[in-house]
Design a protein around this ligand. Structure first.
Ligand code: CA
Ligand code: CA
Length: 267
């Protein structure tokens, strides 16, 4: 059993069940047995982030946030690495890890206001994985508010996920900006110059913004991997710097499974 899994998954689950166990011990046991029976073979990590808002997990960390403005000369700097914890959508429909990607840099009237690239990497680190030849990672990516895709004026707004010391699984742009004719806000997922929201499993279900809305992508990757330690780097590179009320991202329902090598491929 993976150490990161044990503390991340089961602590998170038990924190919610502790209340249940005091109230309904029989019900608690039945839930536990049900989840044991439905756990997938090969699963080494799973987190639904459904615990109390603000819950943190030792296996999830953030880089410092760096920024560079598009002014000449560019203004640049870094903010300390923020704590990575859970939050909830405005309509309470979804709890997830976030929001990431776009702290407020400067204020209206500053040089570089609205023209600043902001970078943040959120990492999942697991130790003591069982013997394996390949891994499958699956998760929901939440693209929130006014992401601009390939817009020359307000983007590009980029997102990627990579294996430390290994392959980049996805490097693309996302857009919630429907003004494609005026602002060139296509996205490169799932293929170059796609319409905003293409491939999303849902759009506008979280009540973040009436115009730009929000979109959720269910992503899954299989890659060769045999080391006992895994670090996945989820990276946002957003252009604007107006703060999380403008554009941000989050992660939900993250699962890691061991899979046979013959099935391994990067897609
Ligand atoms: Ca925007
Ligand atoms: Ca942008």
């Amino acid at each position: 059993m993976n150490v990161g899994n044990a503390s991340g998954f089961f602590n998170q689950q038990l924190s919610g069940r502790g209340r249940l166990s005091r109230l309904m011990p029989v019900f608690f046991i039945s839930i536990l047995m049900s989840e044991v029976s439905t756990a997938r073979a090969g699963q080494v990590y799973s987190n639904s982030f459904s615990g109390p808002i603000g819950t943190t997990y030792h296996e999830w960390t953030s880089s410092p946030i760096t920024y560079v403005s598009a002014t000449q000369p560019p203004r640049h700097g870094a903010l300390p690495a923020p704590e990575v914890g859970t939050t909830e959508s405005p309509n309470h429909a979804r709890r997830f890890l976030g929001e990431f990607g776009d702290p407020v840099i400067g204020k209206p009237g500053d040089a570089g206001w609205n023209r600043t690239r902001v970078e943040q990497t959120v990492s999942l680190t697991l130790h003591d994985l069982p013997a394996h030849a390949a891994l499958k990672v699956s998760f929901d990516l939440l693209i929130l508010k006014s992401w601009d895709g390939n817009s020359p004026a307000y983007g590009p707004d980029r997102w990627s996920v990579s294996v430390a010391g290994g392959p980049t699984l996805l490097a693309t742009t996302f857009s919630n900006n429907p003004k494609v004719a005026a602002e060139g806000s296509h996205q490169d997922y799932p293929k170059p110059q796609s319409a905003p929201h293409t491939g999303a499993v849902s759009t506008g279900t979280l009540d973040y913004d009436g115009f730009f809305k929000d979109s959720i992508y269910r992503l899954e990757f299989i890659f060769p991997h045999s080391a006992k330690e895994l670090r996945l780097d989820f990276h946002g590179s957003l252009f604007e710097g107006k703060g999380p009320a403008d554009e941000s991202w989050g992660l939900a329902d993250v699962m890691i499974e061991t899979v046979p090598l013959p099935d391994a491929k990067t897609r």
